[in-house]
Design a protein around this ligand. Structure first.
Ligand code: UDP
Ligand code: MG
Length: 325
């Protein structure tokens, strides 16, 4: 069998309500186009019937491939798992399973790909979410853009088409706390954003809890910005400067009016000065800890429990893990 030109990667967590709609829309896209497309569905340890639905489908329809993860790893890792098994020769389409991202946008993306773009990402023009959530997203993306050391486009999520070579590079990036839209920007190449209107969810509520959203946001900040740690150092510098100014003022006061109680001033000065020094030291240590932290973890990102490849069910077989020290 020849390899498909395009792979869709779709992570799913408890999406049994949206599933039939999703598959309808995907079938429509595949039937309409003469491009050879496969769909890689990733079950991120769903607790509902999502995995069963996936299995039923993929055992009948060769265009669907399935990956079942050993537990719930979270959206970004599930996405990475999907990216690691795609067969696409040309490009990979990354999409959510709740139909907030219209699968038909692929045709527009693909046109840009054909024009030589390695990454075509979607920019959300409008969001159908609550005002509070919209405001939080908007503030976060703008802040991240300000403090990040790479150019991360505003209001773009993971919904995108990436060329095979970009996906190969992402697959080789070993970082554990993954922020795919940031890594995608980091890779470089020719990239372009297209505006689209993000729908509300078709079925069900969001599978991202508030704490998961925060974790994602933190991954964005701490993986792509050195601002927080540099901020500590700067605070230390400010504290030291203030203490020196205070010292100068007291000395002048003492010389002119002779009114300053001595012991108290010295104490205050020492406290402020050394708090400044401590903050700077923390910042410097933090710099090293951060780098070690990012480097040292070399756990596998995810564990694939089972897979369905070309209608064949493949179970993970491993009696003992010999790689542990
Ligand atoms: N998802 C996942 N693992 C999780 C949470 C979510 O694979 O732990 C999937 C989910 O099924 C959906 C996509 O990630 O296909 C985006 O999730 P969701 O729609 O809940 O996020 P939101 O659109 O609210 O940001
Ligand atoms: Mg969604």
């Amino acid at each position: 069998m020849s390899l498909p030109q395009i792979s869709y990667v779709i992570p799913l967590y408890n999406e049994n309500k949206a599933f039939p709609f999703l598959i309808d829309r995907l079938n429509e896209v595949m039937n309409k186009s003469d491009i050879d497309i496969e769909v890689v569905l990733v079950d991120d340890g769903s607790k509902d019937t999502t995995a069963d639905l996936m299995q039923q489908l993929a055992l009948q329809d060769q265009r669907y491939q399935c990956v079942f993860l050993s537990r719930n790893y979270g959206h970004q890792i599930a996405l990475s798992a999907g990216l690691s098994v795609v067969n696409a020769t040309e490009a990979v389409m990354v999409m959510d399973g709740d139909l907030q991202d219209p699968p038909e946008l692929f045709f527009d993306f693909y046109n840009y790909y054909k024009q030589g773009y390695d990454v075509v990402y979607a920019i959300r023009k409008k969001r159908k979410e609550s005002i509070l959530k919209k405001a939080a997203y908007s503030i976060f993306y703008r802040m991240l853009k300000k403090i990040s050391y790479i150019e991360i486009p505003i209001d773009s999520g993971d919904f995108s088409l990436m060329s095979r070579r970009v996906v190969d590079i992402l697959n080789k990036m070993p970082e554990e706390s993954r922020y795919i839209r940031g890594m995608r920007s980091w890779v470089g190449f020719k990239q372009i954003g297209i505006e689209y209107e993000r729908r509300g969810r078709t079925a069900d509520e969001s599978k991202y809890s508030i704490s998961m959203l925060f974790r994602l946001a933190f991954n964005g900040i701490f993986n792509f910005s050195e601002f927080p740690i540099r901020f500590i150092t700067r605070m230390g510098l400010v504290a030291i400067t203030l203490s020196l100014i205070y010292l100068a003022i007291t000395i002048i006061k003492k010389a002119v009016w002779g009114t300053v109680p001595e012991g108290f001033t010295a104490l205050l000065f020492a406290i402020i000065l050394f708090s400044g020094v401590q903050l700077i030291s923390l910042g410097v240590i933090g710099e090293y800890v951060l780098r070690i932290f990012h480097q040292v973890k070399s756990r596998p990102l995810f564990i694939i429990k089972d897979q369905i490849i070309n209608k064949q069910y493949v179970q993970r077989k491993e009696r003992s893990s010999s790689s542990l020290p």
